[in-house]
Design a protein around this ligand. Structure first.
Ligand code: PHE
Ligand code: FE
Length: 287
C-alpha cells in the first residue's frame, strides 16, 4: 500500500511520470523526520561507508536541515556529473525508470516515511532515494555506471532479461559492499539508508560475502523483505563499470543455455569467499 501524500495525489504526472516536488508543501513534521533520519544515518555510516559516499553527502550539503529542495541540490549535482533528481509518484514502470537513468535523471519518491515507521519501509521514500542513492551520483565512475545500467535495462527489457539484470542492480546499487585497505565498506543505497542493515551487512556473522562476478550475480535470487543473506563485494567502482561495459548478449545467451540458478544461501566452487556466513540470522527467523 502506497503511503498517502496529498501533494502527490493532487498532481497528474507528466508523460515521463514526473511530478513537481512542491517543496514548500512539506510539513514541519516531514522535515523533522528527515533531520532525525539524517542525523542517525550519518552517525552510523561514518566509519562504515566508502569515503566517496560521505564526500557526496557533503558536496550536496544534504544535512543542511530538512528535506532537500531539488531546486537547490540539482544545480550542484548537474555541475558535478550531469545528473539530476526528478520526483515520481511511488514506483514507476521499468521502462520509465530505465529511460530516466539512461538520461542521467534519478527518479526519487516525494513522500517521507512517518515518524512511526522510521525503521521499516514498504516502498522507497525520499530519504532512501536521496540519502541512499544520490551521494554516489556525485562520483563520475558511479554516475557513468548508473547511466549505463539504464541503457542496459532498456535492452534487457526488449530481450526478456529484466529479471537477471535486476539482480545486478540489487547486489551492487542497492546492497553493494566494497573492499578497501581499511576493510569492507558499504556503498549500496539500501544499506546506507538503513539503521539496521548498516551494521548487519558488515558485522553480522550470518550472511555470506563473496567477490563480484557478473554472471554469478545474474544467476542469483535475492530477498526483498529482510536483511540480505548474501553480499557481493567489488574491488573498485572501476571494476564494476569495466565488467558491465562488455556486451551482455553472450551472457544472456549463456543464461538461457545453462539454467543453473542459485539461492541466496548457496556458495559455489568458483566463489571468492570473503566471509562464509553461519546463516544463523535466517535460521532464527525460520524458527
Ligand atoms: N553492457 C550491458 C549490455 O550490453 C549494458 C549494461 C551496462 C548493463 C551497465 C548494466 C550495467 O547490455
Ligand atoms: Fe533504491
Amino acid at each position: 500500500m502506497a503511503v498517502f501524500d496529498p501533494v502527490i495525489d493532487e498532481q497528474t504526472p507528466a508523460a515521463d511520470f514526473t511530478i513537481a516536488q512542491k517543496w514548500d508543501r512539506y510539513t514541519a513534521e516531514e522535515h523533522a523526520a528527515w533531520d532525525t533520519l539524517y542525523a542517525r544515518q550519518v552517525e552510523i555510516t561514518r566509519e562504515r561507508s566508502v569515503k566517496e559516499f560521505r564526500t557526496g553527502l557533503g558536496l550536496l550539503d544534504l544535512g543542511s536541515g530538512g528535506i532537500p529542495d531539488l531546486d537547490v541540490i540539482n544545480p550542484k549535482l548537474k555541475a558535478l556529473t550531469g545528473w539530476e533528481v526528478v520526483m515520481v509518484p511511488h514506483l514507476v514502470p521499468d521502462e520509465v525508470f530505465f529511460t530516466h537513468l539512461a538520461n542521467r535523471r534519478f527518479p526519487a519518491g516525494r513522500f517521507i516515511r512517518k515518524p512511526t515507521q522510521l525503521d521499516y519501509l514498504e516502498e522507497p521514500d525520499i530519504f532512501h532515494d536521496i540519502f541512499g542513492h544520490v551521494p554516489m551520483l556525485t562520483l563520475p565512475v558511479f554516475a557513468n555506471y548508473m547511466q549505463a545500467y539504464g541503457r542496459g535495462g532498456l535492452r534487457a527489457k526488449s530481450l526478456g532479461r529484466l529479471k537477471e539484470l535486476a539482480r545486478l542492480y540489487w547486489y551492487t546499487v542497492e546492497f553493494g559492499l566494497i573492499q578497501r585497505p581499511s576493510g569492507l565498506k558499504i556503498y549500496g543505497a539500501g544499506i546506507v539508508s538503513s539503521a539496521g542493515e548498516t551494521p548487519f551487512s558488515l558485522d553480522s556473522p550470518s550472511p555470506n560475502r563473496i567477490g563480484f562476478d557478473l554472471e554469478r550475480v545474474m544467476r542469483t535470487d535475492y530477498i526483498i523483505d529482510d536483511y540480505q543473506q548474501l553480499y557481493v563485494v567489488i574491488e573498485s567502482f572501476e571494476q564494476l563499470l569495466g565488467a558491465t561495459q562488455q556486451d551482455f548478449g553472450p551472457i544472456y545467451d549463456r543464461l538461457s543455455a545453462d539454467e543453473t540458478r542459485y539461492t541466496v544461501t548457496d556458495l559455489i566452487e568458483d566463489d571468492q569467499i570473503i566471509t562464509r556466513g553461519t546463516q544463523a540470522y535466517a535460521a532464527a527467523k525460520a524458527g
